[in-house]
Design a binder for this molecule. Structure first.
Ligand code: ADP
Ligand code: MG
Length: 216
């Protein structure tokens, strides 16, 4: 599903990625671990089309994403990629349900169908009863579940998660981990997750260790 070859990225004089090779197959849950500053988030942003590599190749579902114009790239990202970050980045003035629906509305899908699917997802994630609440009325664990539902609304090929449980207590982190693996069983959902959480890393199909801009 995703192939990255010899990815290089520098910020100014700092060489952050020094020739990363990575391959992720459909339905895999893969974790990236490694010390702070080793380039994990940079790699995730490049694979997720939020940032561009200086050199190297990135293909997703056979499409070379670096060849897409920025307009096409935005559409490609909206259709194919979901993101979950450490801090949920939900829009404060919208309800949980609206936050989940927005990426699909942006993608031009029908309002009723989108709402139906958003409600189903919130149900699967155990927060349907909170759908009319605004983010600041939800607990941290609930906010993160809504963020996961939002990442899934467009049925993306892959969900990229950067420290998704980094801001949660142990019990909420464990519940989110279980949900990730439920989603993989139910939808064959693919995940690439940067994490410091040992439990999550151990549950994953594969763990990639990053160090000094390379996967070891
Ligand atoms: P990790 O996620 O493993 O902690 P990052 O990918 O965030 O590492 O960062 C790797 C290195 O790149 C760090 O030294 C960081 O300061 C630098 N870096 C990341 N993003 C930028 C940026 N936008 N501009 C300049 N330097 C950056
Ligand atoms: Mg990071």
């Amino acid at each position: 599903m995703i192939n990255g070859k010899n990815i290089h990225k520098a910020y100014g004089k700092i060489q952050v990625l020094k020739g990363v090779d990575i391959h992720i197959s459909r339905g895999e849950v893969v974790s990236i671990v490694g010390p702070s500053g080793s380039g994990k988030s940079t790699l995730l942003h490049i694979l997720g089309t939020l940032d561009k590599a200086d050199s190297g190749e990135v293909t997703m579902n056979g499409q070379d994403i670096q060849l897409l114009s920025s307009k096409k790239l935005a559409a490609f990202r909206n259709e194919n990629i979901g993101f979950v970050f450490q801090f949920h980045h939900l829009l404060p003035e919208f309800s949980a349900l609206e936050n989940v629906c927005i990426p699909a509305w942006i993608g031009g899908r029908k309002k009723k169908q989108v709402e139906q699917r958003a409600k189903e997802l919130l149900g699967i994630l155990g927060v349907a009863h909170r759908m009319d609440n605004k983010p600041n009325e939800l607990s941290g664990g609930e906010q993160q579940r809504v963020a996961v539902a939002r990442a899934l609304i467009n049925q993306p090929s892959i969900v990229f998660a950067d420290e998704p449980t980094g801001n949660l207590d142990t019990a909420n982190a464990k519940e989110l981990h279980d949900l990730i693996f439920d989603l993989r069983s139910k939808f064959e959902q693919t995940f690439l997750i940067v994490t410091h959480n040992e439990e999550l890393a151990q549950l994953s199909d594969r763990v990639l260790q990053m160090k000094d801009g390379l996967i070891m």
